[in-house]
Design a binder for this molecule. Structure first.
Ligand code: ADP
Length: 489
């Protein structure tokens, strides 16, 4: 098989810029593709929050002119190899020197997001031309890079560098579509002839993701189950017909885990490491977690962990309705880490005052604490309303921390339901998106801990043996790329 050249365009990438799972995927996939013999470069914005010294950014092109639909923008390009692949950064102060990546401190979307990320998409493609990097595949991630799919077809069809490239779009979360006023169309250079309901238009506004879905050679999302769900009106967020239209050119590929970062036997954030064969270190992590979160020091009481964005999708408002009942009725503790929605921050942030020793909360984003919660907890809850893939349940399995999840999206694909008759399974699933389903499923997990400890231990061993490594997923991405190339022929 011929080695492939891939350019990934993304608004986030670990270790440089992250707000969620998108960054984890874009940081891990190029490395694994490299192991499989392919070459992937990544292009992302140079946000002012990115530490240039730490990541050894070097100037690569300056000045660099990017043609938009009605003007040329002058920016600069930096690059680094610290992540194990070449990452290029587009420096453009007007767009990327902001408080947040997508919104201001009040969580209001920046009104020029279409321009900002349309510019990123154009800059990435024109960078390939400037570098003489002729990609086989342009891999766009989410709405922010989706315009590249249309540009590839509508601007660069006969281009000597880009003309043969196939376009692949990966949807990490269909509920974010990049819908903005249409007045940016001349700047974006999309062409009014493409602004109609079967391409870029949704209810009188510009929909960048929709344009990408229609233009890409192949479309994927981050789990097989979410691919099925997004083709229904319930979870299709208005785009189900367009995903259905794609037939077998829309795939679901489960995200992998970067086990270099997430393995309990080598995790640098933990006070003690451990493995399935020797779980002593897990007990030490539990002790440290109880200390850190001011929980009652008691190894006998199970801890349920939460690490999450506080967003409606994550179902934490439903957990909020029953968490007081749970800790009132059951002998169980909670260790909660997250940030986002202000009313949820207040609610969970206030709980330790009333339930000291039983609920500990840390409001904020903290990589180290997220590892400690995965390792020190006995259960990990994800009551998501929908979940394209979800990464924390995959980490939880590896850390021997049994997931309690709503059976949706990638959560359903990756957790095997506990069978009380045999003791088989890797976690506890429920289907109804209701607070009472959460209450009873946590109750089921807690009763398993106390009443069927042999089952808990057996599930823990099975969970720790699961393999969600990137090697498997990346091999499927290569098949996706090959199919995209065949379609372009
Ligand atoms: P999403 O992308 O929808 O937020 P995922 O489960 O795909 O959900 O990915 C979330 C990633 O962000 C995980 O790596 C998780 O550990 C991390 N994360 C979320 N919230 C926090 C937080 N408050 N502190 C540290 N890490 C967090």
């Amino acid at each position: 098989m011929k080695p492939l050249k891939i350019v990934m365009i993304s608004s986030e990438c670990v270790p440089f810029a992250k707000t969620g799972g998108l960054a984890d995927v874009v940081g891990a996939l190029p490395l694994t593709l490299k192991k499989l013999g392919h070459e992937a470069i990544v292009v992302l914005p140079l946000y002012s929050a990115i530490n240039r010294e730490k990541f050894k950014l070097e100037s690569c092109l300056a000045p660099f002119g990017v043609w938009m639909g009605n003007c040329q923008e002058w920016c600069a390009v930096y690059k680094t190899d610290v992540a194990g692949f070449t990452a290029y950064f587009i420096e453009f102060h007007k767009y990327f020197d902001r408080f947040g990546y997508y919104h201001d401190a009040q969580l209001n979307d920046y009104t020029d997001n279409a321009q900002r990320f349309g510019f990123l998409s154009q800059a990435a493609l024109q960078l390939c031309k400037a570098l003489g990097f002729a990609p086989d595949i342009v891999h766009a991630h989410d709405w922010q890079a989706a315009p590249a799919m249309g540009y590839l077809k509508d601007w660069y069809g006969g281009d000597p560098v880009l003309g043969k490239a196939a376009g692949v779009l990966t949807i990490h979360n269909l509920s974010y579509q990049g819908v903005y006023p249409a007045d940016s169309i001349p700047y974006l250079g999309i062409g009014w002839e493409h602004y109609h309901p079967d391409k870029y238009e949704s209810w009188g506004r510009l929909n960048l993701l929709k344009g990408g879905i229609v233009s890409a050679d192949m479309v994927s999302t981050v789990s097989p189950n979410y691919a099925r769900e997004t083709k229904t009106s319930e979870l299709g967020c208005g785009l189900a017909p367009y995903l259905n239209n794609r037939g077998d050119t829309y795939w679901g590929i489960l995200n992998g885990v970067d086990y270099g970062q997430w393995t309990p036997s080598s995790d640098k954030y933990l006070p003690a490491v451990y493995s399935a064969a020797d779980l002593k270190g897990k007990a030490a992590c539990k002790k440290a977690l109880q200390e850190k979160f001011h929980l009652e020091q008691n190894p006998e009481v199970p801890i349920v962990g939460v690490v999450s964005r506080f967003a409606a999708q994550k179902g934490l408002d439903q957990l909020a309705e029953v968490i007081e009942g749970i800790v009132g009725d059951m002998k169980v503790q909670f260790a909660i880490l997250g940030s986002g929605d202000k009313s949820l921050e207040r609610f969970y942030g206030d709980l330790p005052r009333s339930f000291g020793g039983r609920i500990g909360t840390w409001i904020g984003y903290d990589e180290g604490l997220s590892h400690l919660i995965e390792a020190g907890s006995d259960f990990f809850i994800m009551p998501s309303i929908f979940e394209p893939c979800g990464l924390n349940q995959l980490y939880s399995l590896k850390y021997g921390t049994l997931p309690i999840v709503r059976a949706t999206g990638g959560l359903d694909d990756s957790v095997v339901q506990y069978d009380e008759a045999t003791g088989l399974g890797t976690g506890f699933k429920y289907w109804d998106a209701t607070p009472s389903a959460i209450y009873f499923t946590v109750g089921w997990a807690v009763s398993t801990w106390y009443d069927r400890p042999a089952h808990y231990k057996a599930m823990q061993q099975t969970a720790m043996g699961q393999d969600f490594s990137w090697e498997k997923s990346a091999a499927v991405y290569v098949k996706l790329y090959q199919k995209a190339l065949r379609r372009g022929d």
